[in-house]
Design a binder for this molecule. Structure first.
Ligand SMILES: [Zn+2]
Length: 371
């Protein structure tokens, strides 16, 4: 189903901006959090970007409401007891998804942090997302290890009230069921579908509604920063969603000047997340996967066009073999499988995602070194 065309005419404070499902109708009357205001409305910002910043920034809520999940039963498949135990390769896995990040934007726009992760870790710029190449279906595959025909979430809005939470196991639920601590920071309301009860120990996302519209990266990152500083327990699996490139792509076009600014902002957010993770986990003690849900072209995405379906897949940190050659085809479902594998958990047999094992140092060689 085609998305609606973005209408930005009259996008002034107090007006309403209308967009595709990624950009729900919101009043333009919210103030920007102080940290985001500094980042987006700095005096040095070029006029054109300031316009983008104003349009996007006024969509942001001043605060979000967090909630720990409740103890509702979550049906996780029984562990594959007959399989040999997996080696745990990392105690802390951080997945960062940059919404709408086209892989060719990284070098074209000089995303320095991502380039560093690529240089020091390993990557493919030819990974593939699912169809439809839209935010909610794609992220659901990224975080459940199965395609849309298995998880069933083909819509791209928050429809929890009518459809409920995703009813296949998520990477969070599977990790938590094995005693790991899980956290997630979602900057769009549609992710509520992935917040199945008793799967994520700490989760933040916009509540939705007129008082709590959209979150920009500086706000989301500030929540992560606060959590990592104060949480009694370090997360073993943490997911962070950054929305900027998608917002800018819909408003101004993929690969446009404003999209470039958004990619640079997202890259800066990754740098802050790395800093926060290093402070909490210790240098070299965590593994990062940076990827995207989809690309885009023109002012939209969702099709089978390679510009929509091709995504970056970068991994860096503990256990990663720098410069390793990755398979020709990495799928977004492999992100969930790789995260579980790093934690030493067998993925359910139903998963079509597989660990990208070649990105990491061989467990056998590590064992051999010990002897
Ligand atoms: Zn979008």
């Amino acid at each position: 189903m085609p998305l609606a065309v973005v209408k930005i005419g009259g996008a002034l404070p107090g007006h309403v901006i209308t967009g595709p499902n990624c950009m729900p109708e919101k009043p333009m009357s919210r103030l920007l959090p102080a940290r985001a205001r500094r980042t987006f409305l700095a005096p040095t910002a070029k006029p054109a970007f300031a316009t983008y910043a104003l349009v996007v920034a006024t969509l942001v809520a001043t605060a979000g409401a967090g909630a720990d999940t409740t103890d509702v039963h979550y049906d996780v498949p029984a562990a594959a007891a007959t399989l040999p135990a997996l080696q745990q390769r990392s105690e802390h896995v951080v997945i960062i998804s940059i919404d709408g990040l086209r892989p060719d934007a990284i070098d074209k726009f000089g995303a320095k942090t991502l380039q560093r992760l690529m240089r020091e870790g390993t990557f493919t710029l030819k990974a593939q997302t699912i169809l439809p190449s839209k935010t909610l279906p794609s992220h659901t595959s990224m975080l459940t290890g199965v395609d849309a025909d298995q998880h069933g979430i083909t819509w791209n809005t928050d429809e929890v009230d009518s459809h409920g939470h995703v009813d296949v196991p998520t990477v969070f639920g599977l990790a938590k069921a094995q005693g790991f601590h899980t956290a997630a920071f979602f900057s769009k309301t549609k992710f509520h579908h992935l917040e199945a009860p008793n799967t994520i120990d700490y989760v933040r996302s916009p509540k939705g509604g007129m008082r709590d519209p959209m979150w920009l990266a500086p706000y989301t990152v500030s929540l992560v920063d606060d959590y990592l500083k104060k949480s009694a327990r370090s997360p073993n699996l943490m997911f962070v969603h950054i929305g900027e490139p998608d917002f800018a792509g819909h408003l101004y076009g993929w690969m446009s000047g404003m999209y470039r600014k958004a990619v640079v902002e997202a890259d800066a957010a990754v740098a802050e997340l790395l800093h926060d993770a290093t402070t909490r986990f210790g240098a070299g003690n965590f593994t990062v996967i940076v990827t995207a849900d989809h690309g885009g072209h023109g002012r939209n995405h969702g099709s089978s066009d390679p510009r929509d379906t091709t995504i970056p897949w970068i991994t860096w940190g503990k256990g990663v073999q720098a410069g390793a050659t990755l398979p020709a085809t990495v799928k977004t479902m492999d992100t969930a499988a790789t995260a579980l594998w790093l934690l030493g958990i067998h993925a359910p047999a139903e998963w079509v995602g597989h660990p990208v094992a070649s990105a990491f140092t061989s467990g056998i060689s590590v064992a051999a070194v010990r002897h």
